[in-house]
Design a protein around this ligand. Structure first.
Ligand SMILES: *Cc1c(COP(=O)(O)O)cnc(C)c1O
Length: 298
């Protein structure tokens, strides 16, 4: 098995200033934390969350879960190939087994991930021990190391604490997009007093606050750091978009030469611009936008 260090991650990831008049004219300094540059294939927060789990797996096969367009599944598949670790992806939706693979799943398969499609009803019960044991038996990986959907177990959350630590002294407000909230749970714990984290959920539902509380409880034994969520920028839910959001992301890429991942990063940047325009940041504030991933190139 290849070691993670041999993959030469770019850590700590770079912090870059972005000259954008929507912030500048309000006396707000915008910087980006380029976690998208950590590794070309094991990108962004997926590196931070998977690395400690891959160490814990110690070469055992890794089994994880995701939907048909999951960034987490793709990252796990890439990790499997790069490190020589067998990877199994349990995919939500039995019906997908009979169709040509979409580009995201095709990439997983090309990286050597074994895909196992399960009915939505089974997928929903995947944390139930009997259901999980049955799935592992079916894929012939009873000795596997299991990473939960989205990858946010305690090791992952503690891995993201380093992201916060790397930003100490670099920003007053740190913004990032949230799926499971695992990255925010860890990041907030790594910041120092006077800094706060601002999460932009990309899923609809308003359940995330409690989830992040639970993740911090499990990883650290209690609440950590100063964090909050702004639930206004999900654009209808996961993978949903609007022409306005697409235009915003494209213009941002062109102006700043920064690749904007669409499922998460675009919504966070849009939210930050909206907040700046509402006057949510005092003059003199430095806002760090965490670039948690890169666009998926098909
Ligand atoms: C997976 C992902 C997230 C969400 O991370 P969570 O820890 O689940 O909140 C954010 N941004 C990008 C680019 C991702 O791929």
């Amino acid at each position: 098995m290849t070691s993670l260090a041999a993959l030469r991650p770019d850590l700590p990831s770079p912090v870059q200033h972005i000259d954008d008049e929507r912030f500048g004219r309000r006396g707000v300094r915008l910087v980006v934390k380029r976690d998208d540059l950590i590794h070309p294939e094991l990108v962004g927060n997926k590196w931070r969350k998977l690395a400690p789990n891959l160490r814990a797996a110690a070469g055992r096969p890794v089994v994880t879960f995701g939907g048909a367009y999951s960034n987490h599944l793709r990252a796990t598949a890439a990790a499997g190939r790069l490190l020589g670790v067998p990877a199994v992806g349990v995919v939500r939706g039995e019906e997908l087994a009979d169709r040509p693979l979409n580009p995201s799943l095709a990439r997983c398969a090309a990286d050597g991930m074994r895909l196992h499609f399960v009915a939505r009803s089974t997928y929903r019960r995947k944390s139930d021990p009997a259901t999980l044991a049955e799935i592992l038996r079916t894929v012939g990986a009873e000795d596997a190391y299991v990473v939960p959907e989205g990858g946010s177990n305690s090791l992952a959350v503690r891995g993201c604490q380093e992201l916060g630590e790397e930003l100490r002294g670099r920003a007053d407000v740190v913004a990032l997009a949230c799926g499971t909230g695992g990255t925010l749970a860890g990041l907030a714990a790594g910041l120092t007093s006077g800094q706060r984290a601002l999460g932009v959920p990309v899923l609809r539902g308003g359940f995330l606050e409690a989830e992040i509380g639970t993740l911090q409880q499990r990883a650290f034994g209690g609440p950590r750091g100063d964090w909050s969520l702004d639930d206004r920028f999900h654009f209808g839910g996961y993978a949903r978009t609007t022409p306005e959001l697409d235009a915003f992301a494209e213009a941002f890429e062109q102006h700043h030469g920064l690749p904007v991942e669409r499922l998460y990063v675009a919504k966070m940047l849009y939210g930050l611009v909206a907040l700046a325009e509402e006057g949510a940041f005092l003059r003199g504030t430095t806002v760090a936008a965490v670039i948690t991933g890169a666009p998926f190139a098909t």
